[in-house]
Ligand binder design. Structure first.
Ligand SMILES: Nc1ncnc2c1ncn2[C@@H]1O[C@H](COP(=O)(O)OP(=O)(O)OP(=O)(O)O)[C@@H](O)[C@H]1O
Ligand SMILES: [Mg+2]
Length: 276
């Protein structure tokens, strides 16, 4: 029997997908501002393995968001290349999705509608399959009970869970997260650290995660890359080989965080340490 090759089902869609390998090669980016030219990134090179969790830390203005946007294909580097599985990134795509600090949700859609919206990137799914996929991800982030809620009725943590479900729903190979938990209280963040580690293991994603919080970086990352500003460079790299799931309050984790904090202080970035 001839089957149409492009038709996909919810069951297929929910299979874990192979995560991407990223190769960032000699990426530079500068911006013009009133006070002159800012070299936001200076020949950054970085490899991220399939399914790796990499955290970027560093003071404000050292180029973390710029790098994330370039990996996402939302911005173009002045020079250098980003390869995802060996293919140059030339623009945004559903293989690499971004989750921002402020949840960029649509207030005129309810929780379910916002997650469904992410699935517009998947035109090969039927309406019913899209619904099944959205239902699955809302359950994964623990929001099944709130699927009909309006966005303005949600707490900050719940909004970020909706953003996470929306980013996960099209089954990207890479998840790019720009300080997604920075605006949340400590308790909510702690719950999300547990959840994101579980989801990362269950859904097999390559994750690049930006944060100001050193403990958060040590809790989540296989590697923590410390950026130095003006020009933005990778100053030092720390491997965190602790078993998972990791508890943000564990003593072993604190030892890693202290090591990174010392390095931050040594390059005069004490303000980034603010472990909120
Ligand atoms: N669109 C832009 N126009 C002009 N300058 C920019 C632009 N985007 C970024 N920059 C500059 O590039 C540098 C890096 O900015 P970027 O936002 O990547 O830093 P960041 O590490 O994400 O900082 P933060 O921790 O505050 O989010 C900064 O000096 C910033 O002022
Ligand atoms: Mg930023």
């Amino acid at each position: 029997m001839h089957r149409t090759a492009h038709r996909s089902t919810a069951t297929e869609e929910l299979q874990p997908i192979a995560p991407s390998k990223l190769a960032i090669e000699e990426v530079s980016k500068s911006f013009q501002s009133v006070s002159g030219t800012v070299l936001a990134l200076d020949r950054i090179s970085l490899n991220v393995a399939e399914g790796e969790f990499v955290c970027l830390v560093g003071a404000s203005g050292c180029g973390k968001t710029t790098l994330l946007n370039i990996i996402a294909g939302l911005e173009k580097p002045d020079s250098g290349t980003v390869l995802a599985d060996g293919n140059p990134v030339t623009g945004p795509g559903r293989e690499r999705l971004v989750m921002f600090q402020e949840p960029a949700l649509f207030p005129w859609l309810n929780v379910f509608g916002n997650v469904l919206f992410g699935l517009k990137l998947k035109p090969n799914l039927t309406r019913k399959d899209r619904h099944d996929v959205a239902t699955y991800y809302l359950e994964l982030v623990g929001l099944s009970r709130f699927e009909r809620a309006n966005i303005h009725e949600l707490s900050g943590g719940m909004k970020q869970r909706v953003s996470l479900a929306r980013a996960l729903a099209p089954n990207p190979r890479v998840l790019l997260m720009d300080e997604p938990f920075a605006a949340l209280d400590a308790l909510t963040r702690e719950q999300l650290y547990g959840d994101i580690q579980e989801i990362w293991q269950a859904r097999r994603k390559t994750i690049v995660f930006v944060t100001h919080n050193v403990r958060e970086a040590a809790c989540l990352g296989d590697r923590v890359l410390l950026f130095s500003p003006h020009p933005g460079r990778i100053h030092e790299e720390f491997a965190v080989q602790l078993p998972r799931p990791r508890d943000i309050n564990s003593v072993d984790l604190a030892a890693h965080a202290t090591r990174i904090t010392k390095a931050l202080k040594s390059i005069g970035q004490a303000e980034a340490v603010a472990a909120k």
